[in-house]
Design a protein around this ligand. Structure first.
Ligand SMILES: [Zn+2]
Length: 406
């Protein structure tokens, strides 16, 4: 019998009732549902009541910002000005169907325009002395810790999916352990897992949520429990460590991006574009376009540019004869060019769909002495261990995480 227990605990307020994941599109939907709200405000200067209302407009197929704003008395000059002011944050031409435009109305006039540009970011447009001014603001978020406990029946992956843990969290879990655990062979029926991840939600609207990070990953295999804690240290960055503070990742990251879904493995496969079977020399990760791609390890950029069927390509040279390659990128991070030194975890580019690629994804390869190897099978253990002040901070952090496990 399947016995899966899902526990959630709200970091600050006790127990939550909500459990569904939310993304940016849902953000828009939720805002749209808010439709028109009115509030009365007393203007202290004029001592008269102003009716302030909010209208939520949604971009429809074939519509532009101009279509939406014209009926509210904005002319071509206003719209051009608004487009220009928005441009550093979001390109008006690239706004997708369903994007929300929130109008704060003062009677029949637009007082302010608010446009969400990310889960917790919005642009506020104000007209000051006949000019529109745009200001970006970060919306306040709260963090919620979620605990998931599961028993493995078939595969770890399926059992984890059954607990409704987010995909990105499951993948991060597998990748955190991929160094020590072969998920196809080592895992047996009846083994157990436990994990903690965080979710962020908007303080003003808890329905708008985003999965944040896997914080803790626990596996009990044949009654032996191992624990990995994700810990951010000032000098090393953000990594998983075992109970003793030893780095769990190898010196090259098996997954050089956050929130990714492993979409294609290393080895023989039918090429999705060319149609014939050939060796897939890397692994593919599906994630939203623009997802930051991280340097797998410390090294020197060997190539940063167009790579033919690989599209925009970055290749890094690492120590001990290793190289890592990142293909189909949407673009490169600032300053990433040939000869530049990079650190593990540093943003080098952004996920895209360039070159011979069917859908947005990252194609990731690791080469050892010129030969492609499976990044998931990297065996290079790290001997890096937290010491001194960092270890003290880690112990403290562990206690905090463990409190959620009681
Ligand atoms: Zn690939």
């Amino acid at each position: 019998m399947k016995k899966i227990l899902i526990l959630s605990c709200l970091f600050l307020f006790g127990c939550p009732t909500v459990k569904k994941d939310c993304n940016f599109n849902e953000h828009n939907q939720v805002l749209a549902q808010a439709s028109e709200t009115k509030k009365h405000k007393i203007d202290s200067v004029n001592s008269k009541t102003i009716v302030e209302s909010q209208k939520v407009l949604k971009l429809k197929q074939g519509e532009t910002l101009a279509h939406l704003l014209k009926p509210y008395g904005l002319n071509a000059v206003d719209i051009l000005d608004i487009s220009n002011k928005l441009n550093p944050y979001i390109s008006v031409n690239k706004m997708k169907v369903g994007h929300n435009i929130n109008l704060i109305m003062d009677g029949n006039n637009i007082k302010r325009i608010k446009i969400p540009i990310a889960f917790n970011q919005e642009i506020t447009l104000n007209k000051i002395n006949n000019n529109w001014q745009a200001q970006k603001s970060n919306l306040e978020t709260e963090t919620q810790y979620k605990v998931i406990v599961g028993r493995i029946e078939g595969s770890f992956y399926q059992s984890a999916l059954d607990t409704h843990a987010p995909l990105s969290v499951i993948n991060r879990f597998m990748l955190a352990y991929s160094h020590n655990v072969d998920f196809q062979r080592t895992i047996r029926r009846g083994d157990r897992f436990r994990l903690i991840y965080t979710e962020k939600f908007l303080k003003d609207d808890s329905k708008i949520k985003q999965v944040d990070k896997l914080k803790y990953a626990e596996l009990t295999l044949s009654n032996k429990t191992t624990r990995l804690y994700r810990f951010e240290s000032t000098d090393k960055g953000d990594y998983f460590y075992d109970n003793e503070g030893k780095l769990a990742n190898s010196f090259l990251l098996r997954t050089p991006l956050e929130g990714a879904r492993l979409s294609s493995h290393f080895g023989k496969r039918k090429h999705p574009v060319l149609g014939y079977t050939r060796i897939h020399k890397g692994i593919d990760f599906g994630a939203p376009k623009g997802t930051p791609i991280l340097a797998a390890g410390n090294g020197i950029i060997e190539k940063s540019g167009w790579g033919g069927s690989f599209g925009n390509l970055i290749r890094i040279k690492h120590k001990n004869g290793y190289q890592s390659l990142y293909a189909h990128l949407n673009g490169f991070a600032k300053g990433i060019k040939k000869g530049v030194k990079v650190k593990q975890g540093q943003i080098i580019g952004y996920l895209g769909n360039t070159g011979l690629s069917q859908a947005r994804h990252l194609h990731y390869e690791i080469h050892k002495n010129g030969r492609a190897i499976d990044p998931l099978k990297l065996k290079q253990a790290s001997s890096i261990k937290l010491k001194g002040k960092q270890l003290i901070a880690f112990e403290k952090y562990k206690k905090k995480i463990n409190q959620h496990l009681i």
